[in-house]
Design a protein around this ligand. Structure first.
Ligand SMILES: Nc1ncnc2c1ncn2[C@@H]1O[C@H](COP(=O)(O)OP(=O)(O)O)[C@@H](O)[C@H]1O
Ligand SMILES: [Mg+2]
Length: 337
């Protein structure tokens, strides 16, 4: 049974189409990763699930309820940890958690017991009685997470939970999420970090331009892609002409599915090959053209390859594209002034 079921979600902000017919199923008990670059619609999707935002059209079923009609019941069943939260600066962390417990109508005894548990679990005792104004990003994130967990929700939703955090905070959060999953909590988290999805998720979806374009377990998605990845250089820094020449040569080999020239890495060549046996043919072909191999590495498909296959670009390129678009918009705005 899916704990979250989204059908054909559409959402625009003025002229910006944020979601374009998004479909998503999150199975009960899964640690589900929603992977996508900045601007792909992750936060919009999560806010709709949490009933903080209404879609223009589509269906939203959460914990078996129609979230568009039963917002209050849905909110009681879920915990939401937002991407950026403005937390009160005057209150201490403990006071903030107490307030949150009261919002959920927890009894004072149970509330304080939960707060103690979370303080210890998230290693917050050293600073929990300090004012929130002095907290680092990692401390704030832990407070947010504790707030979302106070009422022991069956569904926890986190928007990019570790963006910009130090390694220690990140690993504390990762461990807690895995622990919660093992105890039966269903978790949906968004991220634009491949490593995060790789480390945590047992199910995932790739979101791009407001649509889900691939869905499954990370393992299945990688296996479905098939083939081995090979990176090859004939010298440390090649040039474009040489790379093109070698690329042509390699394309003639049976079992080589794809050759891409990677300009950013000194014109190295990235290949997709059927299997390991193709490496021998590559060596022979290069030797017959009097070329020596400077470096060669081989790997199984990664989530980045899955992303590349689904979208036609790497996650890194997608992020750079967005930064580029933003810069261009700024430039044209400035030019109009
Ligand atoms: N409040 C808003 N007003 C206008 N545009 C918005 C607003 N929130 C998000 N957007 C736009 O909607 C798209 C999706 O945004 P978002 O859901 O925040 O994506 P993500 O969380 O993946 O970065 C982006 O193009 C973003 O600029
Ligand atoms: Mg976001």
């Amino acid at each position: 049974m899916p704990l979250i079921e989204l059908k054909e979600l559409e959402k625009s902000y003025g002229a910006v189409k944020a979601l374009r017919g998004l479909n998503l199923n999150v199975p009960k008990g899964s640690l589900f990763g929603l992977l996508g670059p900045n601007g792909s619609g992750k936060t919009t999707t999560l806010r709709i699930i949490c009933t903080l935002l209404a879609p223009d059209s589509g269906q939203v079923q959460v914990v078996g309820l129609n979230a568009l009609k039963k917002a209050r019941e849905v909110r009681r069943a879920i915990g939401y940890v937002a991407q950026d939260v403005a937390i009160d600066k005057i209150l201490t962390g403990r006071e903030l958690l107490k307030l949150q417990g009261d919002l959920y109508h927890l009894s004072p005894v149970y509330r304080d017991q939960r707060i103690e548990e979370l303080i210890s679990r998230l290693v917050m005792s050293d600073w929990i009685d300090r004012r929130c104004g002095s907290y680092s990003g990692g401390m704030r994130r832990r407070i947010d997470l504790a707030s979302g967990l106070l009422h022991q929700p069956q569904l926890l939703i986190l928007d990019e939970p570790t963006v910009g955090l130090d390694i220690e905070s990140r690993s504390t959060i990762w461990q807690l999420l895995l622990e919660l999953k093992n105890k039966g909590t269903t978790i949906l988290l968004s991220s634009h970090y491949l490593e995060e999805i790789e480390a945590l998720a047992d199910q995932m979806a790739i979101i791009d331009e407001g649509r889900v374009i691939a869905e499954g377990s990370p393992k299945n998605l990688k296996e479905k892609l098939g083939g081995d990845r090979v990176t090859l250089r004939v010298r440390e820094f090649s040039d474009e002409n040489e790379a093109k020449k070698i690329s042509k040569l390699l394309e003639t080999i049976e079992g080589v599915r794809q050759v891409v020239i990677n300009q950013l890495q000194g014109f190295s060549l990235n290949l997709v090959v059927d299997d390991e046996s193709v490496l021998k043919c590559i060596r022979e072909k290069l030797a017959s053209a009097d070329l020596k191999i400077f470096a060669l590495s081989q790997s199984r498909p990664s989530l980045d390859d899955v992303y590349l296959q689904a979208t036609g670009r790497t996650l890194m390129d997608a992020e750079l594209e967005l930064v580029g678009q933003r810069d261009m918009k700024l430039e044209s705005k400035n030019a109009m002034r």
